[in-house]
Design a protein around this ligand. Structure first.
Ligand code: ZN
Length: 242
């Protein structure tokens, strides 16, 4: 993956987040950044893998801030990071951290290089806030994929049938969206999920609550399989369209 946006050579300062960091060479790091204006870019942080470097702690995944970058003819260098949020409490919990990194990987997979993610960055930020607050990770990932997919224009709504457009209280979630009982023909079992009224209501609630209410909503561990299955389907749906 060679994400070099069409930026002219020179210095830039952009708000964004580190999605991934990998050691490169002796003491450097390669960072996958999601930036508000430039989108997804790979950047090199020279010396950042050395504990003595001022870039060492600020070039870890989940760090948000203002990135001062230099674009040379061949690559982009990180010069400085003014941290706005490092999600420190989230990093202290293994389960939350794993969920956060998985969501960052989704964000990297489902962003188009060079496509400015102005709508996407706030979705990711508030997703991490919900994880930090302790909302059930399976529900958080589902809400993230749904909102991210809606922003990309690839995920249909959960309140209407994708075929006939009528409101639907239950149905079959498929790679074509939600199908009401009247429209749902034979669909291979691995490409759909049958949702009763109660399940569909829980999904709708998880995506429609305000950020604050979502962070306070007690999703039960019994609901994890439902959110997991729907997330798997949404992943395939978004993947097939980006
Ligand atoms: Zn229908």
């Amino acid at each position: 993956m060679d994400f070099l946006p069409a930026l002219p050579q020179g210095h830039y300062r952009q708000v964004g987040v580190v999605l991934r960091a990998a050691i490169s060479g002796e003491r450097g790091k390669n960072l996958l950044l999601l930036l508000k204006e430039a989108g997804l870019v790979w950047a090199t942080a020279a010396g950042a893998a050395s504990g003595r470097s001022r870039l060492s702690g600020v070039t870890e995944p989940l760090v948000w801030g203002y990135f001062t970058l230099y674009r040379s003819p061949r690559r982009i260098y990180v010069r400085e990071v003014a941290v706005r949020e490092d999600f420190w409490p989230l990093r202290q919990n293994r389960e939350k951290l794993r969920a956060a990194l998985e969501i960052c990987a989704d964000a990297a997979r489902f962003s188009l290089p060079g496509h400015p993610p102005e709508e996407l960055l706030p979705i990711l930020y508030w997703t991490l806030k919900a994880l930090e607050a302790g909302t059930e990770p399976a529900a958080v990932r589902f809400r993230f994929l749904y909102r991210w997919g809606r922003a990309l224009g690839t995920v249909p709504g959960l309140d209407r049938c994708s075929a006939c457009g009528k409101p639907s209280q239950q149905g079959l979630l498929t790679l074509r969206g939600l199908l009401c009982p009247a429209c749902a023909g034979p669909v291979p079992a691995k490409e759909c999920l049958s949702l009763g009224e109660k399940e569909l209501n829980r999904l709708k609630k998880a995506v429609m609550l305000s950020g604050k209410d979502f962070r306070n909503e007690p999703f039960s561990r019994d609901e994890i399989p439902l959110f997991g299955k729907v997330s798997a389907l949404l992943t395939r749906l978004i993947e097939s369209s980006v």
